[in-house]
Design a protein around this ligand. Structure first.
Ligand SMILES: NC(=O)c1ccc[n+]([C@@H]2O[C@H](COP(=O)([O-])OP(=O)(O)OC[C@H]3O[C@@H](n4cnc5c(N)ncnc54)[C@H](OP(=O)(O)O)[C@@H]3O)[C@@H](O)[C@H]2O)c1
Length: 414
């Protein structure tokens, strides 16, 4: 992985720009946070009545991280709906995860069976494309490859993600000076903390680059797999945007899921007021899939024994807590309903009932298939603006020219 390559910390502050300082922290009560977190453990069994198969023949859907877990199950569902799919995956996943080629074969079978029984998906195409979100050049290559096909993109599912479990036990002691600089963190070859890049920054970049392809389709959607762990983001999350100064890796996952949900709100606001009409039809939402038994629970510091969701349960401190947690676990298939619902439900049924002139009603947070309130940061103008500016700063540090070519509503100050 490129995090092994020599670390290059980018100069994140382009010279002619004012430093972006964080707004005062928002800190909703812990009672509220815990209630929201527990909501995410809802394991109501969803059926095809709740999330029906819809005819998606002729549509193109790109799903990141679709060789395993929730993304793989979402791919199965979309294949049954007859959609054309691009599974954007790492070519060599870890041994405990499914190989992308196997998922292509699974989708082809499901697509063929669906076509036989109800005629959907004739001429369906299922492709696997390489991408590694720990290398931004790979994200750019993926987007360029898409644009070269000349295809419109109906649905982009920003789903790939990693936990920060590999940081367990590596946090520095309080007296370790290097800790204050976050020098113990794993950085990618692009210079960003690994969880931040894979779960957040790389997906922002992919979205920006694919917006023109999305804007060419009649009902473009972007679905981002966020998480209820946004409610457990650290109070100083914004001050530690790239993880710098964090004293432990524990908060990185929740912090970056929070950044993603905030960025979604701001992107939707900007899309809604874009001068170029086609962008105004793009809808983006964040979904928490539920607590699903997937590869994300595999601790990257352990092999076999103790890995997966059962290993995680075993490590929980007491019996009552273990039982409570085990009650919230759902299958990857159940988890995938969140993605499919946000990607395919008719707009008028997903909160499109807006006052005229008030935008397209996206930018929401869904706990599984139910819309609910995200962290208050998402409706705070200064916070949204801060996350937006920081994201562009980081992407400019990676490639200023690339950012200068993005649509104007992305680059203009709020
Ligand atoms: N499971 C849950 O309870 C839960 C709850 C809330 C949110 N989520 C979110 O759901 C999403 C899907 O996760 P999951 O639960 O289905 O876990 P998973 O089974 O581990 O799937 C994660 C996917 O992301 C891919 N990925 C990881 N690093 C990558 C990289 N550098 N480049 C490209 N792809 C990469 C993985 O590919 P490899 O096979 O190559 O590793 C895998 O396909 C994640 O964003 C996760 O944060 C999960």
């Amino acid at each position: 992985m490129s995090s092994d390559s020599p670390t290059k910390i980018p100069n994140l502050q382009p010279q002619h720009e004012q430093p972006t300082s964080p707004p005062p922290p928002l800190n909703p009560s812990w009672t509220w946070r815990i209630r929201k977190l527990l909501q995410g453990g809802n394991r109501q069994l969803l059926t095809r009545k709740d999330v029906p198969l819809r005819d998606l023949s002729g549509k193109w859907i790109l799903i990141t991280g679709s060789n395993n877990g929730i993304g793989r199950s979402a791919a199965h569902f979309f294949a049954e709906c007859g959609a054309n799919l691009v599974l954007a995956c790492r070519p060599n996943p870890p041994a405990y995860e499914t190989r992308p080629e196997d998922v292509v074969a699974e989708c082809e079978v499901l697509g063929r069976e669906a076509a036989k029984s109800h005629g959907e998906g004739k001429g369906q195409r299922i492709e696997v494309w390489d991408v590694d979100f720990s290398r931004l050049s790979s994200v750019v290559a993926l987007a360029e490859r898409w644009r070269e096909t000349g295809r419109g993109l109906d649905v982009l599912c920003n789903n790939a993600g990693i936990s920060s479990s590999f940081y367990a036990g590596v946090a520095p002691s309080a007296s370790d000076e290097r800790g204050a600089e976050g020098a113990w963190m794993r950085r990618t070859g692009d210079g960003f903390e690994l969880v931040h890049q894979v779960n957040f920054l790389a997906h922002c970049l992919l979205t920006f680059l694919l917006l023109p392809s999305l804007a060419r389709t009649p009902d473009p959607r972007i679905v981002c797999t966020t998480s209820n762990l946004q409610f457990f983001a650290s109070v100083d999350a914004l001050e530690r945007f790239d993880g710098k100064g964090l004293r432990s890796g524990d908060s990185l996952y929740g912090n970056n899921k929070l950044f993603l949900q905030i960025w979604i709100s701001e992107l939707q606001r900007r899309l809604d007021s874009a001068e170029e009409e086609p962008y105004r039809s793009v809808r983006i939402d964040g979904v928490h899939p539920g607590t699903a038994d997937t590869g994300i629970w595999h601790r990257q510091d352990s092999a076999g024994e103790g890995s997966g969701v059962s290993g995680w349960l075993k490590r929980l401190p007491d019996r009552a807590f273990k039982q409570l947690a085990s009650l919230s676990i759902i299958s990857p298939e159940q988890g995938a309903h969140a993605i499919v619902n946000a990607a395919t439900k008719p707009r008028e049924e997903v909160g499109e009932s807006r006052v005229e002139g008030e935008g397209r009603a996206g930018g929401k947070y869904f706990n599984r298939i139910w819309e609910t309130e995200p962290m208050p940061h998402c409706s705070d103008v200064r916070t949204r603006e801060f996350v937006w500016r920081k994201t562009l700063e980081e992407l400019r540090a990676y490639d200023r020219d690339l950012v200068s070519r993005l649509p104007s509503f992305v680059k203009t100050p709020s």
